[in-house]
Design a binder for this molecule. Sequence first.
Ligand code: DTR
Ligand code: CA
Ligand code: ZN
Ligand code: ZN
Length: 313
Amino acid sequence: MKLSVSGRAAATGVVASVTLLVCGSIAGAAPAPLAAAPDIPVANVKAHLTQLQSIATANGGNRAHGRAGYQASVNFVKAKLDAAGFTTTVQQFTASGRTGYNLIADWPGGDPDQIVMAGSHLDSVTSGPGINDNGTGSAAILETALAVSRAGYQPTKHLRFAWWGAEELGLVGSRHYVNNLSATDRSKIDGYLNFDMIGSPNPGYFVYDDDPVIEKLFKDYYAGLGVATEIETEGDGRSDHAPFKSAGVPVGGLFTGASRTKTAAQVAKWGGTSGQAFDRCYHSSCDTTSNVNDTALDRNSDAVAYAVWELSE
Ligand code: DTR
Ligand code: CA
Ligand code: ZN
Ligand code: ZN
């Protein structure tokens, strides 16, 4: 089944507010209204980051694969999803002699043969709490999942969210997941959206240029906000979308930058500091809750919800 955006998005490009649209038809009763994505409260996303920070602080300063901080991170996210009505599954794997976990959350309903997935790695490096990398992606998709529950959203397609383990060891958890899908189950995934570092302190607004439909969806969203975007080039294949892409699943995502430095031309469109890394705490102990740009986190969290709603209707 091909990816497609809802008629509304195709026609209008961007819907950035909560509206219920009834697309009239020339004759006959109006079709069912299309529900637009809700605004994702960035305060809620930041509250999840505060929890992840506390977990790291209580567990040796990190949330790394095979450590207590990662297990506690999985338990935190799983509890929120279970309480919100998701069907959760914890998938085990082994990496570097330690047990790792992927957390998969299915929203009941929707066509099981047409699955839209959103994922983020939940593990950090051993040197720090991993709040931008990748608490931001994990918290944004968690809050989007909770918004689906709050809205009682019942899309045509089936929604699945995933929090990956051991990404920092080389995309181990996501690759384990994809490799253990049957060919039939793999073919049911219409698209995979990846969010890894979406709140960098000196942010850029980068869109993955893998699947053209997903790429256009995010570019249209940002155009609607009047925010320029660039194609993501820092990490082709360097995050959890890579195993899905290798398996032929359409992929896309957003990124705010890691260790590359922001240019003067990029400052002119995005603000921030030229000659400074997008995230100068990348893979460092200073990747804490103060290492996040709230505007970037808010915009990208809203973009996550927009894409999930548009691709699943
Ligand atoms: N591999 C990610 C950081 C990273 C580097 N380039 C990209 C591009 C797109 C997403 C993520 C990244 C990590 O260190 O977790
Ligand atoms: Ca928001
Ligand atoms: Zn990393
Ligand atoms: Zn990452």
